[in-house]
Design a protein around this ligand. Structure first.
Ligand code: C5P
Length: 225
């Protein structure tokens, strides 16, 4: 077929939340519909890339031409991402839970009648983006997302350095749940790179996805394989 902008490239994408079990019926999770990450995977496939989409638990169909790996927890997501390397670009859109329970209970935790809640002891999850930032097989272009409620671009700039990423796509999620980016179809993003900030205001998530993939193709075409 005709040469497309990402023909011959491998693009690795994470999307959705992770679920960290507390017991067989309860879990810890972030709010994430997976819509933005799935839209980016679809756009990358349309642009001719081989796409690996590592998806947390979401209720979304697999975009055409995308290889999907379903995971539940952050540690499973980390393992699936490492198994999918090497990649020309990695776009980490997933809202990974920062903490998991130190040990999930095999049985449903019951109220003990004392009125005191059962203690939950948490441990930190691996940071998948930061792990790729210093990985022996670091993708050529490493992109993180940042959902922030205040000082959006300041926090994004700090995150670039801390995670060893090339770009951070920051979005302001300060709106009330239900009236906001989360679960909705529109997004406003600020792409923070070493060169500065580019802002795309109030666009449908699939337009954000198409533009981001155009920018990825442009950046990769400027670099040797
Ligand atoms: O630090 P924060 O969670 O705001 O960073 C968000 C970025 O880091 C996103 O790209 C997200 O996918 C990634 N991340 C990750 N693994 C984690 C936490 C965040 O890959 N454990």
């Amino acid at each position: 077929g005709p040469e497309l902008p990402l023909t011959g490239r491998h693009i690795l994408i994470t999307a959705g939340p992770t679920h960290e079990p507390i017991d067989p019926v309860r879990y810890i999770a972030n709010r994430s519909s997976g819509k933005q990450g799935f839209a980016i995977a679809a756009a990358a496939a349309r642009a001719g890339a081989r796409v690996t989409l590592v998806a947390g638990p979401v209720n979304l169909p697999t975009p055409q031409g995308v290889e999907r790996m379903n995971v539940e927890t952050a540690r499973e997501m980390m393992a699936a991402v490492e198994a999918a390397l090497p990649a020309d670009a990695a776009i980490m859109v997933a809202a990974v839970a920062d903490w998991r329970t130190a040990d999930a209970s095999g049985q449903k935790i019951k109220k003990d009648g004392s009125g005191k809640p059962a203690p939950l002891s948490l441990v930190e999850n691996p940071d998948i983006l930061a792990t790729l930032g210093k990985h022996g097989q670091r993708p050529t272009l490493l992109i993180g997302f940042a959902a922030e409620t205040e000082k959006v671009t300041d926090h994004a700039r700090a995150k670039l350095a801390k995670k060893g990423a090339d770009w951070i796509v920051a979005n302001d999620v300060s709106g009330a749940p239900g009236a906001s980016v989360m679960g909705g179809d529109a997004n406003s993003v600020h792409i923070v790179t070493a060169d500065g900030i580019e802002s795309w205001e109030n666009l449908p998530k699939d337009v954000v996805a198409t533009r981001l993939i155009e920018k990825v193709a442009h950046a990769l075409s400027a670099r040797p394989d």
